[in-house]
Ligand binder design. Structure first.
Ligand SMILES: [Ca+2]
Ligand SMILES: [Ca+2]
Length: 370
């Protein structure tokens, strides 16, 4: 995939495009999405510190300060954590995400929610965070994802926003914003290289015992070899610092028309196959029911530009709802992933309200359309 083109369009057009997108998969999920699903944890607090683009400290209304990891998003990694958020060092796009998150919630009242009050990530509470903007509680992760400042990292337990985050991210990719601006961190190397990524996310047999049956294939569709020395790949997860991140050694090259594969587990490198290390499977298998799951394979250049990727499953912008799955009482075919109740975009097409957990809304980016 290449760099997208940002087009200024009317909000209504933008909303309609995404409405059609949402309609497709929501309708597909409708059949098994019947059980209301209400968060069992909701707390309020004030954000005292934005550590990075997906981690904050919140002083709860009880007076206790907790570290919170935002659910289901993944910002790029930081190397330094200045209290002021000034002069951050880190991977390209890390500081941008942190500063955007700070802009949204620093020293503001936020609401934390999750469907499992016990869910944690390395000692941090795992929560969705929403903040009041124009008098409406809005999901913060949706901003970062739809602006391309973080990747969707879908969570099988806290699944309610999975489909939306993946749709938003693929929409950001189509628009070429944030991480999906392929020259944001610096022009080149080989800026015109015709590289593509394809993820084999379902290993033959049991993925758990055949990690290397998964791979991320990178194909050079151009007419000249591309030197991948120092380029790196990852999925959306990390499992600790750089745990699911592989940097190609000096001398790695893909010939014109050639393909190389990166496997997640241990193995001996060849000219065409590389091995991340001791990880087992890393690529989430697709699920399209109530618990929608997917992932992505991402190729970065040494500057930190995302140069090729595949996010899966593909959510086609502009797809209509599948025939026969539209409920006449719910013409948009939309099911609230949290309440399990139908809702309609009718009346929302001129606004920016997208989805809610009974309280929270997600804001549509209005800067562009596909
Ligand atoms: Ca670059
Ligand atoms: Ca898999």
């Amino acid at each position: 995939m290449g760099k997208g083109v940002i087009l200024m369009r009317r909000t209504a057009v933008v909303s309609l495009c995404l409405a059609l997108v949402i309609g497709n998969a929501a309708a597909a999920r409708a059949q098994d999405n019947t059980t209301p699903n209400i968060p069992d944890s909701r707390e309020h607090g004030i954000v005292e510190y934005v550590a990075d683009g997906d981690t904050v400290d919140v002083k709860l209304s009880t007076g206790k300060t907790v570290r919170v990891r935002l659910l289901s998003i993944q910002a790029m990694e930081q190397y330094t954590y200045p209290e002021s958020n000034q002069g951050i060092k880190g991977e390209c796009h890390a500081a941008e995400a942190t500063l955007r998150l700070r802009d949204l919630i620093y020293q503001k009242e936020v609401r934390l929610s999750s469907f499992s009050s016990s869910i944690k990530s390395r000692g941090r509470q795992y929560r969705f965070i929403s903040v009041q903007i124009d008098g409406v509680w809005r999901d913060v992760g949706a901003y970062l994802i739809s602006e391309g400042l973080a990747l969707p990292m879908l969570n099988p337990t806290e699944y309610s926003y999975n489909w939306y985050y993946m749709a938003f991210s693929q929409w950001a990719a189509k628009r070429g914003v944030g991480l999906f601006n392929t020259s944001f961190c610096g022009d080149g190397p080989d800026q015109n290289a015709q590289l593509s990524v394809s993820v084999q996310w379902d290993a033959p047999g049991n993925d758990a015992t055949n990690g290397n049956g998964e791979y991320m294939a990178i194909t050079n569709g151009g007419t000249a070899a591309v030197d991948l020395s120092g380029w790196w790949v990852r999925d959306s997860g990390l499992q600790g610092w750089k745990g699911r991140h592989y940097t190609f050694p000096k001398g790695t090259s893909i010939p014109a028309g050639g393909t190389i594969r990166v496997h997640p587990d241990k193995g001996h490198h060849t000219a065409t196959d590389y091995y991340m290390g001791d990880h087992g499977p890393i690529f989430e298998n697709v699920e399209t029911g109530k618990v929608f799951m997917g992932d992505g394979g991402y190729l970065f250049d040494p500057q930190g530009d995302l140069r090729a990727w595949q996010q899966y499953p593909t959510i086609n912008i502009g797809d209509a709802a599948p025939a026969g799955e539209t409920d006449p009482t719910n013409p948009d075919g939309l099911i609230d992933p949290v309440t399990g109740l139908p809702f309609s975009f009718t009346g929302l097409l001129t606004g920016d309200v997208l989805v809610n957990d009974g309280l929270t809304t997600m804001k549509l980016p209005t800067d562009s359309a596909v």
